[in-house]
Design a protein around this ligand. Structure first.
Ligand SMILES: Cc1cc2nc3c(=O)[nH]c(=O)nc-3n(C[C@H](O)[C@H](O)[C@H](O)COP(=O)(O)O)c2cc1C
Length: 187
């Protein structure tokens, strides 16, 4: 079941450093690309930073709309994540080619990709200098969702195998699979 994540807790969703899918939409044109370079940068209001390279179709759509969705893909989307990271939405409809199903978000027009473990709906905070110089987009998270098999009580739990997050290395390789080790929090 997909559950709404409290905005105060959603900044934790990128803590494990997953490779993400960035989806975008302008009018009838939707797109999706892979992005390994992403992080949370604040919790109130929650903000993330993602590198969206100049020249990508995603960059064009995000520049035009000021919105995107961070989708956190799982093991079952590992091949599709590589695929959408190696071809441009200018040349092909990637949702159709790679059979990616979507559902609508609440606050932004960009689609949410099914089969992910979590989703952050994002509105860009315009920072023209860093966007132009570093391709870095800072955005506020305006709605957040998670699969309840992976997220509970405001944090990730150990998910079933097929819903484990992807951590890209290079050359078609990811680190996937994890062990949860727990320690006592200092006072
Ligand atoms: C695993 C993986 C991670 C990637 N990470 C990033 C990233 O962080 N930032 C980026 O701009 N491109 C990244 N890319 C490349 C884009 O996904 C790629 O350029 C994509 O084809 C752009 O698609 P578009 O033109 O449809 O937007 C990555 C690709 C892969 C396969």
């Amino acid at each position: 079941m997909i559950i709404k994540v409290e905005l105060a807790k959603c900044c934790r969703m990128l803590n494990p450093g997953p490779t993400i899918l960035v989806s975008s939409r302008k009018d009838e044109n939707s797109n999706v690309m892979a992005a390994a370079w992403n992080t949370t940068i604040d919790f109130s209001p929650p903000k993330v930073a993602v590198v969206i390279a100049e020249g990508t179709y995603t960059r064009e759509l995000v520049d035009q709309t000021g919105e995107f969705v961070v989708n956190i893909p799982t093991r079952q989307l590992a091949q599709a994540t590589l695929d959408v990271g190696h071809i441009s939405g200018r040349d092909v409809n990637k949702f159709e080619r790679y059979k990616l199903e979507t559902f609508p978000g609440e606050k932004v027009a960009a689609p949410l990709v099914k089969g992910c473990m979590g989703w952050l709906e994002c509105r860009v905070i315009p920072e023209p200098h860093i966007q132009k110089t570093y391709d870095l987009f800072i955005a506020e998270v305006v709605a957040a969702w998670a699969d309840d098999r992976c997220f509970e009580d405001g944090r990730w739990k150990l998910p079933p195998r097929e819903l484990q997050s992807l951590h890209y290395i290079a050359g078609g390789n990811y680190l996937v699979g994890s062990e949860m080790v727990s320690f006592e929090l200092p006072e």
